[in-house]
Design a protein around this ligand. Structure first.
Ligand code: NAP
Length: 285
């Protein structure tokens, strides 16, 4: 990997394994150019058996900070000297930065989820009620916390492996309930919001096939998946005239606090940025 601690260039990046699919470089490089910052943002593949050593010697890599993606978010949390409140609650961080030799961490995934809905579906949380989250992985953990933070209660966690839903519900405690997939039709009847945080529907994976007919007509449907942008669940929601929000906005918004922390400028999520990233995604066919 490129390391040059002596250069004036502000160097950030993303660590993960694999990391080649990440669009974070497209987003941050756009903002670096847009705001005329003397910076760079690259991908750094770090295998699981090297992550502890990589994080333990973070200051050796010439990075002012980095994003963290699968499967390293928990390892990054464990390696930090200081972690923000959300990261401490979720026990996972996606943003790291050095300050006077100390490694700081934050979790901006929940912020990204909320900021996306605030921008794309204004007033979406005015009357919070029941929420249904499909999936019980890393994205679900951030999304369940985010929904709680806006007053949604109960938050139903529905997952193929019900034990993982139970474990996530136990992690959050009161207000969350774990369910197997076959409970969905009943849960949808009272859901104000449904969020897909499984990898179903993502390019290369089977589609997410659920019947949205039981949902009330005021419900919102959101997907964390952003490749493709228009997933089958979003198409089904639009066919019912429900508000439907894709996952790209979450990705764009979670990058905002990271960029601000490293480069000292709060960047904007604009239609132009979105179009720029969509164009890059379309290269994958
Ligand atoms: P993860 O921790 O690996 O969790 C994957 C989830 O998908 C699990 O709940 C898993 O269920 C479920 N799943 C996988 N294959 C399935 C199948 N065939 N049938 C039913 N359920 C299945 O992954 P993650 O980090 O949470 O990411 C999940 C999705 O969110 C990915 O598509 C990712 O790209 C997206 N995401 C988007 C953003 C964004 O900014 N928009 C951020 C993070 C993640 P089991 O427990 O039963 O295996």
């Amino acid at each position: 990997m490129t390391t040059d601690a002596k250069t004036a260039l502000l160097r950030a990046g993303i660590i993960g394994w694999p990391v080649g699919h990440s669009r974070s470089p497209v987003i941050h490089s756009y903002w670096i150019a847009r705001y005329g910052i003397d910076g760079a943002y690259d991908r750094y593949g770090v295998p699981p058996d090297q992550i502890e050593a990589f994080l333990g010697r973070f200051s050796d890599h010439g990075l002012i900070g980095c994003n963290v993606t699968l499967p390293h978010k928990q390892a990054a949390f464990a390696a930090c000297d200081d972690v923000d409140e959300v990261g401490r609650t979720l026990e996972a961080v996606n943003t790291l930065w050095l300050d006077e030799g100390r490694l700081h961490g934050a979790n901006t995934d929940a912020y990204g989820f909320l900021a996306n809905l605030d921008q794309a579906a204004k007033g979406w949380d005015k009357n919070p009620g029941a929420a249904v989250v499909l999936g019980a992985g890393g994205a679900a953990r951030a999304i369940v916390w985010a929904l709680f933070s806006r007053g949604f209660d109960p938050v139903h966690i529905v997952n193929r492996t019900v034990e993982k839903a139970e474990s996530l519900a136990a992690f959050f405690g009161t207000g969350t309930r774990a369910h197997a997939w076959d409970a969905l039709p009943g849960l949808l009847q009272t859901a104000n919001i449904v969020v897909n945080s499984t990898s179903l529907g993502m390019a290369g994976n089977p589609p997410l096939e659920i019947d949205l007919a039981p949902l009330p007509e005021t419900s919102l449907v959101a997907d964390a998946v952003y490749v493709p942008l228009e997933t089958s669940i979003l198409k089904a929601a639009r066919a019912r005239d429900l508000v439907a929000v894709d996952g790209l906005g979450m990705l764009l918004h979670q990058a905002v606090p990271s960029f601000a922390k490293w480069f000292g400028k709060v960047p904007e999520v604009t239609d132009e940025l979105r179009a720029h990233v969509v164009a890059d995604l379309s290269k994958d066919g």
